[in-house]
Design a protein around this ligand. Structure first.
Ligand SMILES: NC(=O)NCCC[C@H](N)C(=O)O
Length: 429
């Protein structure tokens, strides 16, 4: 780590100054058709293709900003023996089988024996079960500690809100260790200055509280947009609301809640149907965000530590307009065919990551979406051209850097899901 970084994220689109990534490793392949669903995948990824595509993301972001890799950050904090013990104890608390002596899956001592680098790898890639007794021999499990198949979606397990980091309360236990690792990284990396807030540290946490970063968007310093669906519950949103109320700010702040369908699984997070692209443009999956439907949009206004108003709105764009944010929607899958909209939404076509106002990253495979982006003034630039310096990004006012995206979307997400911004410049609205 070269310099001291103060976390600061107050928009979705401010010029990026630091982002946490995780290059997918063996953990994404290590599943079978039988347990792919438990891993939250609809298919098993081909690792070499996924890594090639991922290099397009990390390589182009390296040209633009400071990037950090989870595994390196983790290995770095685990060099301190006290931190190593704290992390292992916490892992054993959420996965008690790892610590109970005599238990088939007990590997606490194995974890303690590892070097920092090896431990970081095992905590992410998992530990295979040593079949040295009958129970283990007959066990259907391959792992004593399961791999974190979804960790390359660094967006979800922690989220930067201003100068704080909210730790995700994951909807599925298979992702819990991701949250724990991210909190440890923010709490113990000497080069990061950030306060972490973890719902599980609150003794009064509602047992139904769930919050994942793919659902939490910072539209403007005073406006959060939060998806309410299978991954973020109303109780999770109320936790965020309570945090904001406790700040007792005089200026009004707004939470816009967008209800999401439970099916298909491509609607898991709000960022799969709505992302911000520029000061005046957003990407939408039109059938859900604009067309009248049964999914509610609720506007909560808070001021001086109180909820001063809570009401339904017609839709997200109208609610934003009332708050002075008039956004032109660009349609995922184009404007003509619901068929193309559905297909491209499924392949994370609406999931853009902004590296600055009007400067975004997305998947090339979603050709109708890209056509719309181009019609709206965005230059389409393949990531390889950025990495090989065939183009100079400074020559373009608006662009989409495109990742091929034939394999990565099969994990269930796109460029926004794969990035955890820790610092952005203020937007000149
Ligand atoms: N923000 C996102 O939409 N993240 C994608 C997460 C996909 C992952 N397979 C999951 O189901 O959690």
């Amino acid at each position: 780590m070269t310099k001291y970084v103060e976390l600061d994220v107050r928009s979705e689109i401010g010029e990026i100054e630091g982002v946490i990534l995780h290059t997918p490793g063996s953990e994404v392949e290590n599943m079978t058709p039988e347990n792919a669903e438990r891993a939250l995948y609809s298919d098993i990824l081909n690792l070499s293709v996924a890594q090639k595509e991922y290099k397009q993301l990390s390589g182009s972001l390296n040209e633009i900003t400071q990037t950090y890799q989870v595994k390196e950050l983790l290995a770095n904090i685990l060099k301190d023996d006290k931190v190593k013990e704290i992390v292992i104890n916490k892992v054993c608390k959420i996965e008690p089988d790892l610590a109970i002596k005599g238990n088939t899956y007990c590997i606490k001592d194995t974890l303690l024996d590892q070097t920092a680098e090896d431990l970081a790898s095992l905590l992410i890639e998992g530990v295979t079960l040593t079949r040295d007794n009958l129970t283990k021999f007959l066990s259907k499990e391959r792992y004593a500690m399961r791999p974190l198949h979804n960790f390359f979606f660094t967006r979800d397990a922690s989220m930067s809100l201003g100068d704080e980091v909210l730790i995700g309360k994951m909807a599925n236990a298979v992702r819990d260790r991701e949250s724990l690792i991210m909190q440890a990284i923010f709490d113990y990396t000497p080069g990061f200055k950030a306060k972490t807030v973890n719902p599980i540290d609150n003794p009064n946490m509602d047992p139904n509280c769930m919050i994942e970063g793919g659902d939490v968007l910072i539209a403007r310093e005073d406006i959060l947009i939060i998806g309410n669906g299978t991954r973020t519950t109303t109780q999770g949103i109320d936790f965020i609301l309570a945090q904001l109320l406790s700040q007792k700010e005089e200026k009004p702040r707004h939470i816009l809640v967008q209800e999401l369908p439970a099916h298909p699984e491509s609607f898991i997070h709000l960022d799969m149907v709505f992302t911000l692209l520029d000061k005046d443009k957003c990407m939408v999956y039109e059938p859900l965000i604009i067309r009248p439907n049964k999914y509610q949009t609720v506007h909560i206004t808070i001021q001086n530590g109180k909820v001063v108003n809570i009401r339904n709105e017609n839709n997200l764009l109208q609610a934003l307009k009332k708050l002075g944010m008039e956004l032109k929607p660009i349609y995922c899958g184009g404007t003509k065919e619901p068929w193309n909209q559905e297909r491209e939404q499924w392949h994370s076509g609406a999931n853009f990551f902004a590296v600055g106002p009007g400067k975004v990253v997305g998947y090339a495979r979603n050709i109708y979406t890209m056509e719309e982006m181009n019609k709206n003034g965005f230059e389409i630039i393949p990531a390889d051209h950025v990495i090989s310096h065939k183009v100079n990004l400074a020559d373009y006012e608006k662009y989409v850097i495109t990742l091929e995206g034939s394999e990565l979307p099969r994990g269930g997400g796109g460029a926004r899901c794969m990035t955890m911004p820790i610092r952005r410049k203020a937007v000149n609205w």
